[in-house]
Design a protein around this ligand. Structure first.
Ligand code: NAI
Length: 339
C-alpha cells in the first residue's frame, strides 16, 4: 500500500525497508524526515496510508487535511496515541492503528536504569571522572533494597518494572491503577490509592497513558504530598507531569531528583541535534541545570528488538487494512473513555 512515513531517521528507514522486503509485504514506502504538522501535511496528499511517530501531530485540522487528501489509515509506530484526536478520526472514518506492545522490556529496563542512575548519581559520576575529578563528595546515594517504589499504571511496562523492583531489588512496591493485575498481587505488590502511594514512596515511576484523567497527575498538590526528597521517574508521556511544579519541587528540595525520558514540550526538541543552536525553551534549560535531574530524549523504546517489532506490527497493520481484514491494532475513541 502507498504509505508516507513521517519523522523518519536513518534507523527507521533501514528497519522498515528491510522488514518490508524480508516479510514480502511490498508496500510502497515514501520516507519523510519532516514531522507531521499542519505546515507539512501537504506531503501526505494522495497517500491512502500515513505512518507517524510520537511527536507527529494528528489534531483536528491535520486530520481534516489528511482526509481531504484521501488518507484512510493512520498507522502509528508507537504504543501511545495521545497525539491523535480520535474523536475527529472516528468522525472522518480514518482508521488508526498503533503498536500496542513492541518491547515492554525495553522501556522497563531503561526505567530501571534511570532509577539506578538517579539514586546513585551515576550520570554525575561519569561526567566528573571524565574531567579527572575522582572525589565522591555529593554522590551519596541510598540502597534500593527495602525502599518503597510507587508504580503508577501497571500495564505491560509498569508491571515489568514492579516485578523487577520487587524481585530483583527487594523493594516494597506500591501500585496504583484503575484495574488490578492479579499476578502482581502474587508478587507482593500492593494496590493503593494515589495519595497513599505518593506519601509512602521513595521513588515514583509513571507508566499510565496520557489521557485527560492523567494529564498533570504530578502537580503542586501531589508533589507536596510526597515524602521529602523522593524521586520521580517518567518514561511514559511528558504531560503526565506539570514541569513547572517539578522545578518548584526541585528548587525547594521537596523533590530529591527527577529522571525524565519524556517532556511535555519535547516535540520541538527531542530526536534533533540542537547543539549548535540557542534552545529557547527556558524550562528544559532550567531543568538541565539541576545536578539531580537526568533527561534522555525519548530513548526508552530504542532497542534492536523494539525497532524490528515496531516495523513488523506497523507493516502488518497496513497490510490488514489494505486487504480489508479486521485491525487487531486499531485504536478508537472508546479506548480512552474512562472505565
Ligand atoms: P498499557 O496500556 O499496557 O498500560 C497502561 C496502564 O495504565 C493500564 O494498566 C491502565 O489501566 C493504566 N491506567 C489507565 N488510566 C489510569 C489512571 N488514571 N491511573 C493509573 N493508571 C491508569 O501501556 P504500556 O504498554 O505499559 O505503556 C505505558 C505508557 O508508556 C504508554 O501509554 C506510553 O505513553 C509510554 N511509552 C513510552 C515509551 C518510551 O520510549 N519512553 C515507549 C512505549 C510506551
Amino acid at each position: 500500500m502507498r504509505t508516507v512515513v513521517f519523522s523518519t531517521k536513518t534507523y527507521d528507514r533501514r528497519t522498515l525497508t528491510e522488514r518490508n522486503a524480508l516479510l514480502g509485504y511490498g508496500h510502497e514506502l515514501i520516507f519523510q524526515e519532516a514531522r507531521l504538522t499542519l505546515e507539512s501535511v501537504a506531503l501526505a496528499a494522495g497517500f491512502p496510508a500515513v505512518c507517524g511517530f510520537v511527536n507527529d501531530v494528528f489534531d483536528g485540522p491535520v486530520l481534516e487535511a489528511l482526509s481531504a487528501g484521501g488518507t484512510r489509515l493512520i498507522a502509528l509506530r508507537a504504543a501511545g496515541f495521545n497525539n491523535v484526536d480520535l474523536r475527529v478520526a472516528d468522525r472522518l472514518g480514518i482508521a488508526v492503528t498503533r503498536v500496542p506492545a513492541y518491547s515492554p522490556q525495553a522501556v522497563a529496563e531503561f526505567t530501571v536504569g534511570l532509577i539506578l542512575s538517579l539514586v546513585r548519581s551515576i550520570h554525575r559520576a561519569h561526567v566528573r571522572t571524565r574531567a579527572n575529578n575522582f572525589t565522591l563528595e555529593g554522590l551519596l546515594g541510598f540502597d534500593l533494597h527495602g525502599r518503597t517504589i510507587g508504580v503508577i499504571g501497571t500495564g505491560r511496562i509498569g508491571a515489568l518494572v514492579a516485578r523487577i523492583m520487587a524481585a530483583g531489588f527487594g523493594c516494597r512496591v506500591l501500585a496504583h491503577d484503575v484495574r488490578e493485575d492479579q499476578d502482581l498481587l502474587a508478587h507482593g505488590v500492593a494496590y493503593v490509592d494515589l495519595a497513599y502511594l505518593m506519601s509512602e514512596s521513595d521513588v515514583v515511576t509513571l507508566h499510565c497513558p496520557l489521557i485527560p484523567a492523567t494529564r498533570h497527575l504530578v502537580n503542586d498538590t501531589t508533589i507536596a504530598a510526597m515524602k521529602r526528597g523522593a524521586l520521580i521517574v517518567n518514561t511514559s508521556r511528558g504531560a503526565l507531569v506539570d514541569t513547572d511544579a517539578v522545578l518548584e519541587g526541585l528548587r525547594d528540595g521537596q523533590l530529591g531528583g527527577v529522571a525524565m525520558d519524556v517532556y511535555e514540550q519535547e516535540a520541538d526538541l527531542f530526536f534533533e541535534d540542537l547543539s549548535n543552536e540557542i534552545v529557547r525553551d527556558d524550562t528544559i534549560q532550567r531543568l538541565l541545570m539541576f545536578p539531580n535531574v537526568l533527561v534522555t530524549s525519548h530513548q526508552a523504546f530504542f532497542t534492536q528488538e523494539a525497532l524490528i517489532a515496531i516495523a513488523d506490527t506497523t507493516l502488518a497493520s497496513i497490510a490488514a487494512f489494505e486487504q480489508g481484514r479486521k485491525l487487531e491494532t486499531a485504536v478508537t475513541h472508546a479506548l480512552i473513555v474512562p472505565r
